[in-house]
Every structure is written in C-alpha cells, then in structure tokens.
Write a protein that binds this ligand. Structure first.
Ligand code: SF4
Ligand code: SF4
Ligand code: SF4
Length: 341
C-alpha cells in the first residue's frame, strides 16, 4: 500500500487523536482553556449580502487578477471551452475566492429555500480567533493585532498542512499539484490595502453584494438591513463602506425583494469572523457551519491543552487532531449543500 502526502498527513492527525482525546480528560468537552479573543476596534473585513449577489463572478476574476493566480480549468470543462475559461469549482491552490450556488427543485426564485436558488461567496473569513493561527507550529499563519487580517508566510511555512485540516471553514489549500506547493488563501488583498486600494472583490462587485470596510461599520450596515421588509426602498452602498473614496461608490436605491434571515453570520459563530454574511436562505444550506456550532473558537477550547502538550514535548499533531475532529464534525454536515455554479 502506498500513501500520498495527503494520506500521510491524515494518518498523522488520526494518530494524534488518541493523545488529544486523552487530553480531553484534562479539558472537559466544551470547557474553554482560555478566554475568547475580542475583535480589534480597528478590524477590517468584508460584508457579503447573498440577496444582492447576481452570480456574475466579477469578484472571482478580479481576485485572480489582483493576486496573480492562474485559471482553474477542470477536466470536464477543458474540452468544452478549450481551456480558455476559468471554471473553478471551489477554493484551490489557484483560486482564493469562489462563488457557489445553492439549488433546490425547480429553482424558480432567487433567494428562496424551496424551489429556489442563492449564491454564496467563499473565501477566508479572517476569524477573530483563528484555528489556523492557533495550530501552526512555526507561526507561519499570523493575525494582525490591529486589522485582524490573517496572513500566511510561505518562507516560514514547513508545509505540514495543519492549517488545512484545522480550519473550520475548509479554506486554506495546499498546492498538491506542484512539486514545491504552497498554502494559499485570501489575505484580504493586503498588498492592495498597502497601496491605498480596497480588496479587488469589493472594488469589482457591480451590485455592492461584497462590501469592504471596518467591522464596526459593516456590522452596523448589516443590522440596518435586517430591519428591512420586502417592498422597502434602501440605498445599498458598494465598494467601501465608510471610507474616503467618496462618490466613486455612491449608493444605489433598490427595492428590497426578500426577507433577510434574522442573523448576521460571523458576528458570533465560532468566536466571530471578519467576513460577515447576510442571506435569505439558511446559512447551513449555503454551506456555512451553523446551528450546531459554538459561539466560541475551537482554538479557545484546545489551546490550553496545546500548551500543556508542548511543555510535555508531545507532537503538535495531537492538538491538530482535536481541532480537526471539532471542525470536521460540523462542517462535514453542510459543505455538500452549496454546489459549484
Ligand atoms: S477561515 Fe480558516 S483560514 Fe481563514 S482565518 Fe479562519 S481558520 Fe484561518
Ligand atoms: S479580499 Fe482579495 S484575496 Fe480575498 S477574496 Fe477578495 S479579492 Fe480575493
Ligand atoms: S461580483 Fe458581486 S454580484 Fe458578482 S458574483 Fe461577485 S459578489 Fe456576486
């Protein structure tokens, strides 16, 4: 029997599970090993409103351009489009941002759960208390204390892929198809921010479905929308919220078509995220962990055990196993719901 690199790492995680489960006697299930981390007052992020998304994928194309990523052309699409179009089906080593679609029955109406369809944008959620940062044994994954951007440093990374397995949103991807692959994930276009530009996905979105801004502003905007009723008129902003780019992003008045679910996804789930979501179709149907996930980060549950294990010179794979078990238990139930467009 041969093991490829992915199998080897999975085996390593499972081997560590015994130790992690033993550690659970030190940390009873659900007990926090340290206080949850707060969101920085200067934190920035994205607000994605599924009801405003038209599935044009301008954000996918601009993300590729801004991050110099090659197209993803799946085998079944290669013959059809002669390899000329990007046809990414999910996040990959070449794709940091993707739009997926939920479909049900006759798909007659957008943003309806039954006989309807809806879009969902997938990229790194820049968790307030990220598992990927917590599990990285060499601090190649870091979270900026002010902006909250979660970054990956390929020069520090040893390729262990712990972050891939520990992320509860299944975001980081290792470039398995390359001899010297790297971990890839959205870094909130920090290179563009350094040049005074906003993230490419927010800049290119023609409807304002993807907005960039400070978390405090984005949360306030999201809660204003939760008050809206079908038939109301609302001035939907686009591009940057509360920024200084003025008229370039003048709001557009639109009639509200559907009722929002009464929740801003990302405000509390798994300790909070800096990518926030609004939708009219249940979040779990859109492939986001929801309902049976806690309001605290898995890292807050495992990190105390992690430090104990590190002191005892036990491999960090044991900690990874704990994070993997927690993350997969919930995400696995949902991630088949939203399929590729
Ligand atoms: S979504 Fe995953 S990769 Fe992104 S910050 Fe959270 S744990 Fe890390
Ligand atoms: S912030 Fe930048 S890297 Fe992240 S999804 Fe948007 S365009 Fe892509
Ligand atoms: S650019 Fe905006 S409307 Fe188009 S797919 Fe992306 S989020 Fe949706």
């Amino acid at each position: 029997m041969t093991l490829d690199r992915r199998d080897f790492l999975r085996a390593l995680s499972i081997a560590g599970a015994g130790t992690a489960l033993a550690a659970s006697e030190v940390a009873p299930a659900g007990a926090l090993q340290r206080p949850p981390k707060p969101v920085s007052p200067e934190a920035i992020g994205l607000l994605y409103d599924s009801t405003q998304c038209v599935g044009c994928k301008a954000c996918v194309a601009s993300c590729k351009r801004a991050n110099d990523m090659p197209p993803d052309i799946t085998a079944d699409q290669r013959a059809w489009n002669e390899g000329t179009w990007d046809t990414a089906k999910g996040l990959s080593g070449n794709t940091l941002n993707v739009i997926k679609v939920y479909r049900d029955g006759s798909m007659e109406q957008k943003d309806r759960e039954t006989d309807g369809f809806a879009f969902i944008k997938r990229q790194c959620l820049h968790c307030v208390d990220p598992s990927c940062v917590s599990c990285c044994p060499v601090s190649a994954m870091t979270k900026d204390p002010e902006t909250g951007i979660v970054s990956h440093d390929p020069d520090r990374c040893i390729g262990c892929r712990y972050c891939v397995f520990a992320c509860p949103f299944q975001v980081p991807v290792y470039q398995y198809d390359r001899a010297f692959g790297k971990i890839q994930k959205c870094q909130l276009c920090k290179h563009r921010l350094a040049e005074g530009e906003i993230p490419a996905c927010a800049e290119s979105c023609p409807t304002g479905a993807t907005l960039f801004g400070r978390i405090t502003d984005l949360r306030a905007e999201a809660h204003r929308r939760l008050e809206l009723q079908p038939g109301d008129t609302y001035a939907y902003p686009s591009g940057e919220l509360g920024g200084d780019r003025g008229d370039a992003y003048a709001p557009t008045e639109k009639t509200v078509r559907v009722s929002y679910l009464p929740e801003v996804y990302g405000e509390h789930v798994l300790g909070g995220t800096q990518a926030l979501y609004l939708a009219a179709v249940p979040f779990e149907k859109l492939g986001l962990p929801h309902g049976n996930v806690p309001d605290y980060a898995y890292a807050a549950q495992t990190e105390g055990v992690q430090h104990l294990l590190y002191k005892g010179m036990i491999a960090p794979g044991a900690v990874l196993a704990g994070l993997v078990l927690l993350a997969r238990r919930n995400f696995g139930k949902h991630h088949h719901e939203a399929e590729e467009d």
